[in-house]
Write a protein that binds this ligand. Sequence first.
Ligand code: CO
Ligand code: CO
Length: 317
Amino acid sequence: MKSLPKGVKDDNLIVGYESKDDAAVYKINDEVSIIETLDFFPSMVEDPYLFGQIAATNSLSDVWAMGGKPIMALNIAAFPDGMEPETIGKVLKGGAEKVIEAGCILCGGHTIVDEVPKYGLSVTGIVDTKKVLTNNGVKVGDKIIITKPLGVGILLTAHQCNIDTKEDFNDVVKNMTTLNKYAAEILFNYKVHALTDVTGFGLFSHLNEMLNDNASAKLYIDSIPTINDNVKKYIEDDYYTGGAIRNEDAIKEQIDFGNAKEWIKQLGYDPQTSGGLLCSIDKNDADEAIKELKKLNMKCAIIGEIVEKSEKAIYLL
Ligand code: CO
Ligand code: CO
């Protein structure tokens, strides 16, 4: 590179702030672009090592969601004054292990003092400039694939209320600590038109962001996978999060619920931590891709299709 760009308005910034995408993408040349993302949050589990793993898995995800692979990462953390160095060490160890599993290099970071512990990563990735996957390139006729089941927010709420089982906790932790790397590496072999990951805004809102001005989506509600059967049970017992209520307010006007049961609605609003990839894939590739994804031993499914733009953004079938 002979000269460096002078500002963010540079034409080389091919994905910026406007499209609410997973990460920013900067074109180095026609072959290589770099991806930049940052994510960190307070702990949702007591175990510091698991917290580190979950936060790192979540932070890395946005790089795969752009079609790339992570190459380097920096820790970003806040710990209270007087927190045991051993506890801090466990958070950082959990994070570092996930960075290594991702095939990425951890090369430093920054920690500040704060009352509430927080942890995450800033991640740099690379991607073939011609293969950048934005979140809004859907084509009418595409199938919609989700690569992890839903219910993280609900199961974590149940855990905080001490009504969950040991299996529930293990299931939700497995969901949050499984890297999206493996699903992405499969999906990258097929004709993927748009890709994002399902996180705090829940399935409905993340799907809505994928629908450009020319498209609506139909969701096959009976196909949407849940982490386990208790997800439905806890929703019916009214365990859901404040995040779900905010998500509902933000998106409900744009959904035709058909005859969907109330619990399915709540599932679609449920905020995911380190959720799966949401993929709009050429309809001729969907069956083969899902067959390969199922080999990863993570519940995944074809949950809908992209249709011509209609009155509502999302139709539940
Ligand atoms: Co994302
Ligand atoms: Co993010």
